[in-house]
Ligand binder design. Structure first.
Ligand SMILES: Cc1cc2nc3c(=O)[nH]c(=O)nc-3n(C[C@H](O)[C@H](O)[C@H](O)COP(=O)(O)OP(=O)(O)OC[C@H]3O[C@@H](n4cnc5c(N)ncnc54)[C@H](O)[C@@H]3O)c2cc1C
Length: 386
């Protein structure tokens, strides 16, 4: 294997803590959480106690004060364990940066320490029944009324939708505008006018609570605005590189894990007087997948390195998300085949990983949207009048 050079001994010590946490507090209970469609708050509190939430939020706001490598380690280890229920990456690496980078001092002091301890779980409300890819065209409105915004609308597919105490909600503050009409508003879920709909039944990621959310004349003070009015789309844009990188790290790490499970299985499984590992088909398929995953691991690590220096752009991150999530699904599909009928049984991690992986080409920006972004940078559209 090509050695990884990103992590210091301190980071590796942190990795040990994460692995112990997963072995003791996550893996033994994950199947139960899948039946419940949710992970318990006690897990969030335990993660908070061990400093595993909001790892790269500064200590003055209650975080660990680490860097993105701490986040990467947690994302990698959770992905390797197939632990898709606890959505720490969404809480810590997608939503917390919005508040850290664009929140007022008061918003940061109020929310970040509670998020780091697990007392507050957050969700990100962008997608609506009318569409998730076209965020500029959302219909949920937040109309200013005196010192308040009055929010009306509906969101769908919201991760942590059932458990969230706080939402970063994309709303139109000026419905006549597209991107410039979008604002992000912090919405506490104990406010009158907020209702949670069904916990949606999904084909994978079953321990995540994914919900519909409804807002009917819900009032929040205008001080709950995150950043500037009409600046929401711009804020979302600033975090795209990290969000796509998070998905790429998940993709390549879970593909690596699936290859390990499969290597062990084929070496053990006996048939026709030999093992499954002895067939040339098995050897060539696994060699091919290994080579592809290895090359993507190097690509992802290089993107992490660039991101640590603030130099990863959203287009390269889109390319990284596109290829890693495509390969993730291919690896799950081809590895599952080696398990035969067992691969189709939910009790086998490869079956879960196959179902979980399907989501990764949809969530966090679909594969087609990633291609559109890459194509626009390769072939900018020019106006041709003649
Ligand atoms: C398990 C799960 C968890 C999720 N969690 C969240 C969450 O926490 N918060 C949140 O806001 N959303 C969440 N989502 C929603 C997710 O972000 C959307 O599903 C995704 O953005 C796609 O939106 P859509 O489902 O409305 O599909 P649509 O936008 O309707 O897309 C339908 C199809 O059209 C294609 N398409 C779109 N644009 C183009 C284009 N320009 N060119 C060519 N084809 C195109 C898409 O690629 C797709 O194949 C989650 C989704 C799932 C499945």
């Amino acid at each position: 294997m090509i050695p990884r050079t990103l992590f210091s001994p301190d980071h590796e010590a942190f990795r040990d803590t994460v692995r112990r946490f997963i072995a003791e507090h996550v893996t033994p209970f994950h199947a139960e959480w899948e039946k419940e469609g949710q992970v318990p708050r006690s897990l969030w509190l335990k993660a908070g106690e061990l400093g595993l939430l909001c790892c790269n939020v500064p200590e003055e706001f209650g975080g660990l004060g680490g860097d993105f490598l701490h986040s990467a380690i947690l994302i990698e280890e959770m992905a390797r364990a197939g632990a898709t229920g606890p959505t720490f990456y969404l809480h810590s690496d997608i939503v917390a940066p919005y508040i850290l980078d664009f929140g007022t001092e008061e918003q940061k002091r109020h929310w970040l320490p509670r998020m780091a301890s697990g007392e507050v779980v957050v969700g990100l409300g962008m997608s609506e029944p009318s569409g998730g890819s076209d965020v500029q065209n959302i219909r949920t409105q937040a109309i200013a009324d005196g010192d308040d915004y009055v929010i009306n609308g509906q969101k769908v597919f919201i991760t942590n939708g059932h458990s969230a105490d706080l939402l970063v909600l994309a709303c139109k503050t000026d419905p006549k505008q597209r991107a410039k009409g979008v604002s992000l508003i912090l919405v506490e879920t104990n406010r009158t006018g907020f209702t949670r709909g069904r916990k949606l039944e999904k084909m994978g990621c079953k321990a995540q609570d994914t919900s519909e959310l409804f807002f009917a004349d819900l009032r929040v003070p205008r001080t709950n605005l995150l950043g500037s009015e009409g600046g929401g789309f711009g804020i979302l844009m600033t975090q795209l590189a990290q969000e796509r990188l998070v998905q790429a790290i998940r993709g390549v790490s879970s593909a690596e894990a699936a290859l390990e499970w499969t290597r062990e299985y084929v070496a053990d499984r006996k048939m026709f007087g030999q093992t499954l590992a002895d067939f040339q088909n098995t050897r060539f398929t696994l060699a091919d997948l290994h080579a592809q995953v290895l090359s993507q691991r190097v690509f992802v690590d290089r993107c992490i390195e660039l991101h640590l220096r603030g130099e990863l752009d959203a287009v390269d991150a889109a390319a990284c998300k596109l290829v890693t999530t495509d390969l993730q699904f291919k690896v799950m599909d081809q590895c599952l085949q080696f398990f035969g009928g067992w691969g189709y049984m939910w009790e086998y991690p490869i079956a879960r990983a196959f179902a979980d992986a399907r989501m990764c080409r949809i969530g966090g920006g679909t594969a087609e949207v990633m291609k559109q972004i890459i194509a626009n940078s390769l072939l900018p559209k020019v106006r041709r009048d003649s």
